[in-house]
Design a protein around this ligand. Structure first.
Ligand code: ADP
Ligand code: MG
Length: 244
């Protein structure tokens, strides 16, 4: 792709097929007639945007507008129903809290599991391990199963693994809000560092100040439709109009 473009979404749509819960009264007739109660849900329709290497993109919109679905498309955990998405580079996704974590495994074991999902070899994780534990500030909890962790502790460990090596693309889905303020500041300092190193970040957040400070582009969504893509200042205006 030209002009240093690292992510390109071309007219992407995502449809989910939902099976509507039938009431008992509806259940038998539907069973015998074979009637279809599936509902199509257009999670995203005709989305177009591109991100250059080193640029950061904010995605905003009310709940259910398709923000997380876009991150999942970029991470490759789901495919578009229509259109095309091209991603060049290694993606470190912080999408759902604990995604990629196994509750029965210890913190240490999960670092290795998560690291391997990110594409690191065991030897590489051995080298990164101490730095990860240090960043997470969870040293005394590393041999406990993560099912005993709080959501804040999950977030610390997941973030520490994701940023252990500078990723080409970091996806952050609202999780920064889970940590305490001090840890959040530490995460943001780390994000600033790797932005300087040329990384790209896609950030879903409701914090407009944070977006202003960390992102150069913004994508505004409403009910799966693209309201705006472009400069942050104008996008925030559009978003605030939507909310009012
Ligand atoms: N795996 C799924 N199966 C069915 N519907 C889904 C799935 N994931 C998301 N949706 C639906 O798609 C829409 C967009 O969801 P999402 O991308 O999570 O929105 P946001 O992150 O902006 O709150 C919502 O209506 C949601 O219920
Ligand atoms: Mg979401």
């Amino acid at each position: 792709m030209s002009d240093n473009i690292i992510i390109k979404a071309e007219n992407i749509s995502k449809v989910y097929n939902l099976r509507r819960q039938k009431t008992f009264k509806e259940f038998l007739p539907a069973l015998f007639s074979g009637s279809d109660t599936r509902i199509k849900l257009n999670a995203l329709s005709h989305i177009d945007f591109e991100v250059k290497k080193g640029e950061s993109l904010a995605i905003v919109g009310r709940n259910g507008s398709g923000k997380s679905t876009i991150l999942k498309l970029i991470a490759g955990v789901t495919k578009p129903s229509d259109g095309r998405i091209t991603v060049l580079g290694q993606v470190a996704p912080l999408i759902e809290l604990g995604a990629g974590f196994h509750p029965e495994l210890t913190g240490r074991e999960n670092v290795y599991l998560n690291g391997s999902i990110l594409g690191f070899k065991k030897k590489e994780i051995d080298k990164l391990y101490n730095g990860i534990v240090e960043f997470s500030e969870l040293r005394q909890f590393m041999d406990q199963p993560v099912k005993f962790y709080s959501s804040g502790m999950y977030m610390r460990l997941a973030f520490a693994v994701a940023v252990a090596e500078t990723p080409d693309i970091l996806l952050v889905d609202e999780i920064l809000a889970v940590g305490d303020t001090k840890f959040q500041e530490k995460c943001l300092r780390r994000i600033k560092e790797f932005q300087k190193e040329g990384s790209t970040m896609i950030m879903v957040s409701h914090d407009l100040n944070m977006i202003n400070e960390y992102c150069q582009k913004i994508l505004v969504l409403d009910k799966g439709k693209q309201i705006y893509f472009g400069e942050v200042e104008k996008g925030i205006d559009k978003y605030q109009q939507l909310l009012s």
